[in-house]
Design a protein around this ligand. Structure first.
Ligand SMILES: Nc1ncnc2c1ncn2[C@@H]1O[C@H](COP(=O)(O)OP(=O)(O)OP(=O)(O)O)[C@@H](O)[C@H]1O
Length: 778
């Protein structure tokens, strides 16, 4: 061992000693806090004197209860904090730090060493920093600069100086395996080391090898909207998760993990990324798919098509007569133009067009739809729309009051009272006793008893009606949305210029679906928007940051909706239009429509062009498949050149895939995916390849990212990666249409180390665009 390395090992040993000391101290403290919590819980009621005889006693009881509760909460939070720190220190025992900078601050002549790790470590006095958290201001120098002049932001202003040297360490089990003096770009050795490894069930943190352009995403802290447009495998998801950890560190006083929400493509992706934040000592943010949100809001009212249902249709139903209408429907209803139409339509409802449902009680009308409409439109039109609705609900509640009075004396009430079982009767008595303080004697008074029971019974029967008034269910939302399509000419009121393509057919199709109680995916957000504009927007102000991954799959319409839904949030949007596989996005090339969301001054865009996931030969091949691909660069990692094998029939294909998988398994790859165009093709492949050991079929409902061999439709493989990818059938027969280019690209870019394509007969013409020599054909 050379002298430098020995000295570094000695330094590491002393750091490890400090960590061990702090761990044993904290173990004692955590244990102490735990005992305190258990003790307070156990003796909680012994410490509280419950006495409610007089007001003063009552007050005293409340105060002592509060004190006890407060004590419990303080102990619980101390316990939580100590345990959190303890687990961070335990993680640091494995790798205390991964980098070091030797920095001379302007105005001083002393070179200071800063070690950088996943968390801060100080000596016993708490005053001297032994390790700096990777998110600390000084640490940005590590990620942002080669040796030379450098500066970093602090709350007190910019600090300048000279970065003398920069070091990277690979540490395992308390031993420095290697250390590198990096010069121009950081991370190459560590990156090689990290990327060369195989995948496992989860994405991991990239803290030790964050690249400069990724660091900008992580630390961006200005306008309301950050757009990240990045090539496949350029680290968008990784940077997004590191960014969350950064925000949680920087704003730890007031930002909690549950105030951050990540919109992800599917449930499987949620499990795939679930480890990154805990690895960094932070709690996971909230995670949701847009589909889950829609189902939560609309699932009770409609049979809701899901996003993959829509996509599967687009991929497989080309021969159906209504295919063109459907794709036109998808495109139009994703547009900002339609967003504006919905807003204008809602505006027009101020003067006419609202549809209501009448109310009946015991089969007889209390108030008809026509009466409600008349009442609504006779209210003061200068009031805000929602206030007019409020007035209407007051009026409807008065109608229920009247009905209650009238019904009380009706014979059906007495008949039902007589039929009350002993149990019901007892329940009614207990209820009335509680409510009105009746005693057994007073309840015996027959007349009073009968009156009270009648009122109770009638009120109970009218409760559902009052409930539905409260929930504004008397507004016929489905009818109002449908009305928009009832007369194709009506749209002229709200548009300037041409009507949307195939508009008459779109109208017919939408009405038909609504009549069947179904809602297309592309109609779900517009329907919800209209509903919210009428009934009042249900916003979520507690969310302070929204991140949208795979953002190319969201329509401009959906972004407008998200902005309204989270009015207090900043937004980070990450995507790649080369992977835009949904029909609505097929004509878009970038996020320019998003610039209007918060305005240019509040929007910043960062482009990532370097791809880290795949080996250089794979990137050299995939970049040729899409336009603009020449801008994508590969991280220099060697590997085998992709191979295209042409077979003559399906039997031969399955035979080849089976032996290929056996070969790949022999190379110790953890994850091997056979990627198909659609769910339909996946299930054909699965049936034919069933003989392969422990092979799994991934469906849209799958929630775990599976290791081993999987068969998966390309759209579900989005955002995730595999050691080896087999493209099931890259023939012109399957990928013949230009609209599938991006899907094909998405599938191929999932491969980290190995890419094999098969084609039954002539291969897709997309392959003609790949650079000569970037793949081997056999
Ligand atoms: N700086 C880095 N250090 C180490 N690994 C990195 C780095 N950046 C990216 N990676 C790795 O590259 C792979 C791709 O990253 P990620 O999934 O974040 O990319 P992406 O841009 O979201 O990809 P896609 O759009 O194709 O889903 C992951 O394995 C990730 O760990």
């Amino acid at each position: 061992m050379d002298k430098g390395l020995r000295q570094e090992q000695e330094h590491l040993d002393s750091i490890l000693e400090t960590i061990t000391e702090q761990i044993s101290k904290l173990e004692g403290e955590t244990d102490q806090h735990r005992k305190e919590v258990v003790n307070i819980r156990k003796n909680f009621w012994d410490e509280v004197k419950v006495n409610t005889d007089s007001f003063d006693d009552y007050l005293e009881t409340i105060i002592s209860l509060r004190q006890q509760a407060q004590e419990l909460s303080v102990s619980q939070s101390s316990h939580k904090q100590a345990s959190k720190r303890l687990s961070t220190l335990q993680r640091m025992q494995e790798i205390p730090y991964f980098g070091r900078i030797d920095f001379t601050e302007e105005g001083t002549s002393e070179v200071e060493r800063f070690y950088i790790g996943v968390s801060t470590l100080t000596d016993a006095s708490g005053e001297n920093f032994l390790i700096y958290d990777w998110r600390a201001p000084i640490s940005s120098v590590y990620y942002d600069y080669p040796p030379g002049p450098a500066e970093y932001d602090t709350p007190g202003g910019v600090v300048g100086g000279v970065l003398d040297r920069k070091w990277q360490y690979i540490i395992r089990d308390g031993v420095i395996e290697s250390m590198f003096d990096t010069s121009i770009t950081i991370g190459d050795e560590i990156l090689q080391h990290v990327l060369g490894k195989g995948t496992d069930k989860h994405l991991h943190s990239i803290v030790s090898s964050i690249q400069q352009e990724q660091n900008q995403i992580i630390r961006y802290d200005k306008g309301r909207l950050l757009i990240v447009q990045g090539a496949a495998g350029s680290g968008k998801t990784s940077a997004a998760l590191q960014r969350i950890a950064y925000l949680l560190y920087k704003y730890r006083e007031w930002l909690k993990a549950d105030q951050i929400i990540l919109f992800s493509p599917n449930a499987m992706f949620n499990s795939y990324v679930s480890r990154v934040l805990p690895e960094l000592g932070e709690e996971n943010m909230q995670q949701v798919t847009f589909q889950e949100y829609l189902s939560h809001r609309l699932g009770d009212s409609f049979q809701l098509e899901d996003t993959y249902g829509q996509l599967e249709y687009v991929l497989t139903a080309k021969d159906e007569p209504s295919y063109q209408t459907r794709t036109a429907n998808i495109r139009f209803k994703a547009s900002l133009r339609y967003f504006e139409i919905i807003k204008a339509y809602r505006q027009s409802l101020e003067s006419s067009g609202m549809i209501f449902k009448g109310m009946k009680f015991r089969g007889k009308p209390i108030v008809t739809a026509k009466q409600i409409t008349e009442r609504f439109y006779s209210s003061n039109s200068s009031l805000r729309f929602y206030n007019r609705l409020e007035k209407l609900t007051e009026w409807l509640n008065e109608r229920i009051d009247e009905t209650e009075k009238v019904e009380l004396t009706k014979p059906w009430v007495q008949e039902e009272i007589e039929l009350l079982s002993k149990d019901d009767y007892q329940k009614a008595y207990t209820y009335l006793q509680k409510k009105h303080g009746y005693t057994e004697e007073s309840f015996d008074d027959y007349e009073r008893e009968s009156k009270l029971l009648s009122r109770m019974l009638v009120r109970k029967k009218l409760k559902p009606l009052r409930e539905s008034i409260k929930m504004l269910r008397f507004i016929d939302m489905k009818g109002i949305y449908k009305q928009l399509f009832a007369n194709p000419l009506q749209i002229n009121m709200w548009i300037d210029g041409n009507r949307p393509k195939k508009w008459e057919d779109i109208c017919l199709l939408t009405v038909k679906m609504l009549d069947e109680g179904k809602l297309f995916y592309e109609d779900a957000t517009p329907f919800l928007l209209l509903k919210e504009l009428i009934q009042g927007f249900q916003t979520n102000v507690s969310i302070k940051h929204v991140l949208v991954d795979e953002a190319q799959d969201y329509s401009p319409f959906q972004f407008e909706f998200l902005k309204r839904l989270f009015p207090s949030a900043r937004m980070t949007v990450l995507g790649d239009f080369n992977q835009a596989i949904f029909a609505h996005a097929s004509e878009m090339a970038d996020f320019h429509t998003l610039k209007g969301l918060y305005g240019a001054d509040e929007t910043h865009t960062i482009n990532l062009t370097r791809s880290y996931r795949s080996t250089k030969p794979i990137v050299d091949f995939t970049r040729g498949l899409v336009s603009g691909g020449e801008q994508i660069t590969a991280f220099e990692r060697d590997g085998v050149v992709p191979v295209l094998t042409q077979v003559s029939n399906r039997d031969e294909l399955h035979h080849c895939i089976t032996s290929k998988i056996a070969e790949l398994k022999g190379r110790q790859y953890n994850t091997i995916a056979v990627i198909c165009k659609s769910a339909a093709e996946s299930s054909i492949a699965y049936d034919a390849l069933r003989g392969i050991d422990e092979m799994k079929l991934v469906k849209s409902g799958s929630i775990e990212y599976e290791q081993g061999v999987v068969i998966i439709p390309a759209y579900l493989a989005k955002g995730i990666e595999f050691d080896a990818v087999i493209i099931y059938d890259a023939s012109v027969e399957v990928y013949g249409n230009e609209s599938l280019r991006r899907l094909f690209y998405t599938a191929c870019t999932r491969a980290m180390h190995h890419l094999q394509l098969y084609s039954i007969g002539k291969p897709s013409s997309f392959l003609l665009n790949a650079a000569t020599g970037s793949f081997i054909q056999n």
